[in-house]
Design a protein around this ligand. Structure first.
Ligand code: ZN
Ligand code: ZN
Length: 424
């Protein structure tokens, strides 16, 4: 008996032996796969665990949050001593430790999912797994993935129930079925007047349990494996599990012809620039060389120049993207100190522009509708709200539109293990 056991141990059994016995399974497909996991909470932890145990070769995990005590009962990768540390960094480190494939690469990005994930990151993935708990993030992932033609798999959990939906490049998308409740949820982190961020948002304490997230994450990764292999997947069909009645049901989501999320980039021009280090002036230089003078660039996010104090009406200067302005900053220093409290009636008439001066496009001459200043020209693209590896919309003098990627950021985001080809 002992001899037989030894014989078995000496065969070239790999950690993936059992899964490779599945007829259509191709471990090399998984080894070369590039998967982004957005959200490193309850679902993200389980998804990451599954991905590394399956031998997925390249994983990017994104989150913008810290580990709290209540996370610990639902997060297989986190330990009590991790409380207070950043979720993305710890999740990536633990997933790396767990990886069975020696060449596996697990990178992380500590970034705001909605505002700081450039479309060029999505473009470099084979698929995206959405492990988020709010509709603002889901709608953002949906638009981004769709715009570069990548599938993504949404997961949701509530009490003992959950659902998963794979979304493809052509079928029904998440936004096709959006309800007024979801729109309200998507806007709940923003101030309704100026659309700046609320500093304090009541944390949604969703009733849920680890077994539900483990179940939903398993189903998400199962669909991911099939997508990577090119096996049949029912895109746009939601699989819902009711843990109370112990039943599954499938819902074919309706396709909306007029859905605004269906646009896709065609040709993408690569620029050897980085959002983190290249300036506004450098971007303009490159674009003018490529597309002639008079190029106009769309900002990824509204850039706030100034907003009137809610109390006395005096202009407060911000000079940063709206998602980096908070509602509690909308009272000026004079009012806050009590020197100049004139009351809300001092505000000028209704209307957005009376209160907010914001920028959504810029050119060599203008930043919004004001002349561009040397201060703005010298800012890094990141500072005016352009995410790393983003794909910018550029319009030339003849109103032709071009998609231009800040491809220099590949090196600032991904480690060598991803093997991206050098810029040509
Ligand atoms: Zn749609
Ligand atoms: Zn004031």
């Amino acid at each position: 008996m002992s001899f037989e056991l030894k014989e078995r141990a000496e065969t070239v059994e790999t950690p993936f032996d059992r899964q490779e016995r599945i007829g259509w399974w191709r471990q090399d497909v998984l080894r070369n796969a590039r998967v982004m996991v957005i959200g490193a909470g309850a679902l993200g932890n389980e998804v990451l665990k599954n991905l590394v145990l399956l031998g997925i070769g390249k994983i990017l995990v994104v989150d913008f949050d810290t580990i709290s005590v209540s996370n610990l009962s639902r997060t297989v990768l986190f330990r009590p001593e991790d409380v207070g540390k950043r979720k993305a960094a710890v999740a990536a480190e633990r997933a790396r430790d767990m990886a069975l494939e020696r060449t596996s690469t697990v990178d992380f990005l500590d970034a705001d999912i909605v505002w700081e994930l450039g479309l060029g990151i999505y473009r470099r993935m084979d698929l995206v797994i959405g492990c988020v708990d709010n509709d603002e993030a889901r709608l953002s992932i949906n638009r981004a993935a769709r715009s570069v033609g990548k599938p993504w798999i949404n997961g949701g959990i509530f009490e003992l129930s959950g659902s998963i939906t794979p979304y493809g490049r052509e079928q029904t998308c998440y936004e096709c079925t959006v309800t007024p409740d979801q729109v309200a949820d998507a806007q709940s982190r923003y101030d309704s007047c100026e659309q700046v961020k609320k500093r304090y948002v009541a944390e949604e304490r969703m009733p849920t349990v680890q077994i539900t997230s483990a179940l939903v994450a398993s189903l998400q990764v199962q669909e991911a494996v099939k997508i990577l292999h090119g096996e049949f997947v029912d895109f746009g069909v939601r699989l819902a599990y009711n843990g109370t009645t112990h039943g599954f049901h499938r819902i074919s989501l309706p396709f909306d012809e007029g859905c605004l999320a269906h646009g896709q980039f065609e040709d993408i021009h690569q620029l050897p620039l980085s959002a983190r280090t290249s300036t506004v002036a450098e971007l303009l230089d490159h674009l003018e060389q490529k597309f002639g003078d008079d190029v106009k660039i769309d900002l990824a996010a509204r850039f706030i120049r100034r907003i009137r104090c809610r109390n006395c009406g005096k202009w407060i200067s911000f000079e940063r993207p709206a998602h980096r302005v908070f509602d509690d900053e909308l009272i000026c220093a004079d009012c806050r100190s009590g020197d100049h409290p004139t009351g809300a009636e001092a505000l000028p008439g209704e209307g957005g522009s009376d209160y907010v001066q914001a920028v959504t496009t810029f050119s060599r001459r203008n930043f919004g509708n004001e002349p561009i200043s040397p201060n703005i020209s010298g800012k890094a693209l990141w500072e005016i709200g352009i995410p790393p590896l983003h794909i910018l919309n550029v319009t030339d003098a003849e109103q032709r539109q071009f998609a231009c990627e800040l491809s220099g950021d590949v090196a600032t985001i991904f480690s060598d293990g991803w093997d991206f080809p050098p810029l040509t």
